[in-house]
Design a protein around this ligand. Structure first.
Ligand SMILES: O=P(O)(O)OC[C@H]1O[C@H](OP(=O)(O)OP(=O)(O)O)[C@H](O)[C@@H]1O
Ligand SMILES: O=c1cc[nH]c(=O)[nH]1
Ligand SMILES: [Mg+2]
Length: 209
């Protein structure tokens, strides 16, 4: 059963409010999404394993902790996922990055895959799928299926804003995938947009509307 975490850190929630605001322009929107992604990564990596090490300080030897060299892969879903990936990379600079290109057909709301390029060793990596929006869930669901088909075994999903419908789809199809969110909103409108949501994340990030 997927675990669903709504990351309620005050900085995440405050910045998310500004991201939602229709008066926030492209530059500030992009900066805020980057910052929130970094803060979310801080929470998502909370369970990374540590090992005991000894380090010589200028004074003496300290018994301390170091990350066990865990291999991580970040998988932004194009385009909007690009707005979050650099924020996460600031905290996990050694992570490899794979890209899944999907757009949602505006009529059917079904995802269409147009690109995929992944690190060769995804089956050995803990993967974090990144997309600001989880609406019907079709895009994230497809991306996760694509990754599993290519050998991925260990996947987390990270989104800024989700609709309950999208969360249910991932829980149903991928009970092994834990979901990390900034918020779960009320639902979807007739065009599949999240209510109240933040509008079209890709358009707001890249100024295409
Ligand atoms: O859960 P779903 O109903 O599938 O909707 C969510 C998807 O829609 C948006 O992408 P969009 O199709 O707008 O592509 P873009 O990122 O290129 O703008 C968003 O970034 C998600 O990938
Ligand atoms: O609300 C939504 C739904 C899908 N994609 C977006 O960018 N926003
Ligand atoms: Mg879009």
């Amino acid at each position: 059963m997927s675990r669903v975490f709504v990351l309620d850190h005050p900085l995440i929630q405050h910045k998310l409010t500004k991201i939602r605001d229709k008066n926030t322009g492209t530059k500030e929107f992009r900066e805020l999404v980057d910052e929130v992604a970094m803060l979310m990564a801080f929470e998502i990596t909370r369970d990374l394993p540590l090992m005991d090490v000894e380090t010589e300080t200028p004074v003496t030897v300290a018994k301390t902790k170091e990350l066990v060299g865990k291999k991580i892969g970040l998988i932004p879903i194009l385009r909007a996922g690009l707005g979050m990936v650099e924020g996460v990379r600031k905290l996990i600079p050694a992570a490899k990055v794979g890209h899944v290109g999907l757009y949602r057909d505006p009529k059917t709301l079904k995802p269409v895959e147009y690109y995929i390029k992944l690190p060769s060793d995804i089956s050995d990596r803990e993967l974090i799928v990144i997309d600001p929006m989880l609406a019907t869930g079709g895009s994230a669901n497809d991306a996760i299926h694509s990754l599993k088909k290519r050998g991925a075994k260990n996947i987390k999903l990270m989104c800024l804003v989700a609709a309950p419908e999208g969360v249910d789809v991932i829980k149903e199809d991928h009970p092994d995938v834990d979901i990390y969110l900034g918020a779960i909103d009320d639902g979807l409108d007739e065009n599949g947009y999240i209510i109240p949501g933040l509008g079209d994340a890709g358009d707001r990030l890249f100024g295409t509307k």
